[in-house]
Design a protein around this ligand. Structure first.
Ligand code: ADP
Ligand code: GLC
Length: 480
């Protein structure tokens, strides 16, 4: 198949979260399965500076209609592996910036223009480059307008640009909602500024467009596919999702084993596997040393790596601050985002610097070391579309302590419910729920045979993208 992926992130060129890992790994897996894969991402600074993109071919000069003006840009292309091309939609004024979506806590004010331009640039490249896609697969709100824009362009130019469009929701909490006046920048017909179009409480909602106007809708876990049809998790779009209930399917993300595999992970001080665990002790000591937590410590280490947002349950951790201060354990948190959460984590660490450590960096190598060096991995999310870290942690032998929501519930098996197959500890998404789970973690750690068996169950699971990509292949085939 000729498959086009469109999203705002792709590892290793630009990453703020799991979207990048998912788009990168899915594209690679499909290319390795022999499909002709083309990925579109914005020409962010980090992408332009990546070694793969140096010398990228200048493919097309863009003149993109935005309301009553035309904005210029350029499409560049490079080929990082067989069957995989990456197109960058460039306009330096929009994308040659340090952050993908904003500076620190604040979103860029021109995000609507940036991503409408991005989608329109993709349509132009599909049209003028004659790419003849079988499937155009769009990810999250930044690419959500594409299915609509594409069909409009087909009508206008009497061409077929794609046989089918697919839209994947990675996180319904981010919808791309902008003031009504933004609608003019889309150049879509006025009848789409309507409740059956992308109008949303007198504003526009780009994700709503993706949900309503693509041929198939997917999300990243079966449980989240059900959850987002309820007011509790639907973030106001549950009614819209329900109208597509027959077309929505939850397909779990996977683990890119070329990047996340303790047996081959080059950034670790030592490698290990389920049959040879010695290296994990070395990673553990290195993690403790790096954070000044005493390399000799033998008790349980709890690790956490995440964007600091309400989603990730950081407040449940903070509410249990006394637990981490009063028990013989170590806590390492790597994460950045919300400034209040950063401050409170810093304060917690300052109360017991030999016990609790916090780093507010975004550090890819360190995130691997936290997974490898920890005994437990904390992910008490309020909601979680899929989540990747709880899968990485199982593969790395750090037992996940997670909320029973979304993809966490679909990828972790609670060890009390299922002692013979359990891989982790699950709890309700609350501070009290987490407290009970943390106490269960301490008890599990104290019971070495049970701890080791749980760890082995996790390390034995196959989360590879081979499985995940197969699900998408069947979906594409079915749609076609
Ligand atoms: P989300 O996409 O909601 O942030 P996921 O669990 O799907 O959650 O993916 C998060 C990804 O981002 C993981 O690869 C994780 O390791 C990475 N990540 C998050 N915060 C950091 C950080 N501070 N440093 C390095 N990697 C991080
Ligand atoms: C989103 C979700 C996360 C998911 C990731 C990749 O960022 O928050 O749960 O794993 O997308 O699909």
């Amino acid at each position: 198949m000729k498959i086009v992926q469109v999203g705002s992130e792709m590892f290793p060129y630009i990453k703020t979260g799991g979207l990048a890992d998912a788009v990168g790994a899915l594209s690679t897996a499909l290319a390795d399965n022999g499909h002709e894969v083309t990925v579109f991402i914005p020409g962010y600074r980090s992408a332009l500076e990546h070694k793969d993109a140096i010398g990228a071919e200048r493919k097309l000069r863009l003149k993109v209609e935005m309301g009553d003006e035309f904005l210029s840009g350029e499409v560049r292309v490079f080929t990082p592996r067989k069957n995989l091309r990456v197109f960058l939609i460039c306009r330096d004024e929009f994308f040659d910036r340090r952050g993908a979506y904003g500076n620190g806590d604040r979103d860029y004010e021109d995000n609507s223009d940036r991503f409408i331009f991005f989608c329109k640039g993709v349509v132009e490249m599909l049209r003028l480059g004659d790419l003849q896609a079988d499937v155009v697969h769009c990810h999250d709100w930044q690419a959500a307008l594409l299915p609509l824009l594409l069909r409009q362009a087909e009508r206008r130019h009497h061409v077929t640009l794609a046989l089918k469009t697919i839209f994947t929701i990675h996180n319904i909490a981010f919808q791309g909602v902008f003031p009504a006046k933004t609608f003019a920048r889309t150049n879509l017909p006025d009848d789409l500024m309507h409740i059956d179009g992308i109008e949303y409480y007198s504003q526009i909602n780009l994700m709503k467009g993706g949900i309503l106007f693509s041929d198939r809708v997917t999300t990243v876990s079966p449980r989240y596919a059900r959850e987002i049809q309820t007011p509790e998790f639907g973030c106001g779009l549950d009614g819209v999702i329900q109208t597509r209930a027959d077309d929505i399917v939850g397909l779990l993300n996977g683990v890119d084993t070329a990047v996340w595999n303790p047996a081959t992970d080059a950034v670790l001080p030592s490698r290990y596997s389920s049959v040879s665990m010695g290296g994990k002790a070395i990673c553990r000591a290195e993690l403790l040393k790096k954070f000044g937590l005493g390399a000799e410590f033998k008790g349980p280490i709890f690790g956490m790596v995440c964007r600091l947002t309400e989603q990730k349950g950081v407040d449940f951790i903070l509410a249990n601050g006394d637990f981490f201060l009063s028990n013989e354990l170590r806590l390492v948190v790597l994460g950045s985002g919300d400034k209040r959460m950063e401050d409170e984590l810093r304060q917690l660490a300052a109360k017991a610097p030999d016990r609790v450590a916090f780093s507010a960096q975004h550090d890819e190598a360190l995130s691997h070391l936290v997974e490898a060096g920890s005994d437990f991995f904390l992910m008490p999310s309020v909601f979680e579309p899929c989540g990747l870290n709880q899968m990485y942690s199982q593969v790395y032998g750090a037992i996940p302590v997670v909320s029973r929501v979304g993809g966490l519930a679909d990828t972790v098996v609670d060890v009390t419910d299922n002692p013979s197959t359990g891989t982790g500890i699950m709890c309700p998404p609350s501070a009290a729920g987490l407290r009970a789970a943390l106490n269960r973690a301490l008890a599990l750690f104290a019971d070495t045979p049970r701890y080791t068996a749980t760890q082995q169950h996790g390390m034995g699971k196959d989360f590879s993208w081979k499985v995940a990509a197969r699900g998408y292949e069947s979906l594409y085939q079915d749609a076609l």
